[in-house]
Design a protein around this ligand. Sequence first.
Ligand code: ADP
Length: 426
Amino acid sequence: MGILLGCIADDFTGATDLCNTLVKGGMRAVQLIGVPPRGYPIPDADVVTIALKSRTCPVRDAVDQSLEALAWLQRAGARQILFKYCSTFDSTPEGNIGPVADALMEALGADLAVVCPAFPETGRTIYHGHLFVGEKLLADTHMRHHPLTPMTESNLVLAMGAQTEKRVGLVPYAAVDAGPEAIAERFAALRQGACSYAVTDAVADRHLLHLGAAIQGHALITGGSGIALGLPENFRKAGLLEAHDATALPAVDGYEAVLAGSCSAATLDQIDHMAKDHPALKLDPFALADGYATDLALDWAKEHLRNGPVLIYASAPADDVAEAQKVLGRDRAGTLIEDAMAAIAKGLVEAGMRRLVVAGGETSGAVVKALGIEGLAIGPQIDPGVPACVSLGDRPIALALKSGNFGAEDFLTKAFGQMPGERQRP
Ligand code: ADP
């Protein structure tokens, strides 16, 4: 039968977040890392999300990657396509949201697509077309100074308009609040006005549910994770979505480890919490630069695996990070640590570790790549935005991949409780 919904996400952790929302809605989700090669089997799932790294790459690359992903998802049977970007509309004036959406729209022959990054659960709301983060307009938040995607325009009609030649209109609050019929009327009016994009107001989950029902027949949807909230119900109503436990994961037995490279405040607290009663080792970037620390850390971890979960972390307070960056260079410090984490992850898997928590978006990317993971089956949520998952393939590994500020204080150990299986030698 193939998959129902095909998603293209412009970054890795955003893809996981989207899958998490869909799994909660009852759709079995698989996340693939990049466009799979020809002949790659179609996963047994309701949703496949292809995670790209296309948020800040050159526009042409982003468009090419996205069209390749679209072609793969269409071959897999996708009946609807969702282009997922960040709930803070992370992009530059050139793109990549507009050009990618344009290319997908043309390839699909779609005439109107919503633009809806709203995610009220995380404080991202849209009113009169303006994107708010909590109480502040987007352009008045830290996003104004983002190093790669500085957001200086809060009005999404203008922000999207700057990235596309196509016309952009608004579905205002009154219509979204009134319900799917009022939204559909507004869509018809926008089509008559030759608009190709409809920025949609949404300040509460019920608005996303109204929108979900109204976009039932749309070939292309664009937005954040929130816009996925109402989609499972459409497939259920159409008799296409079977009732099953979408969060079920295969059991994976093996030793447990936590690798942390994020220096966010939340991660530092989580490390303190875990280190109180678990074996923990801090990696020093200067020792890594001298070239021997990785092997020592791996030997240490192997000794303690039996009493795990073990924790290996590079995470440090801002002053220490600044010092390491000053002496070693910003990129070199980051790369030294990411390479070390990748090598340690590989070594631990060889030693029987099969259950792994990684803290840090870039750190997760480095570890997943080193372990040769091509895709993940997404399971139950551990904390908002972070699900447990299991890698696809012959030698599955249970994983929780957490970007910076996510998760409660006990996340690093609690995560293992959401992974079916036992801590033991496999
Ligand atoms: P987050 O999700 O919090 O942004 P990332 O893993 O994406 O976390 O990024 C953290 C970056 O900081 C990584 O490149 C990591 O290697 C680097 N890093 C971690 N610890 C240190 C440290 N002590 N000194 C310098 N850089 C560090």
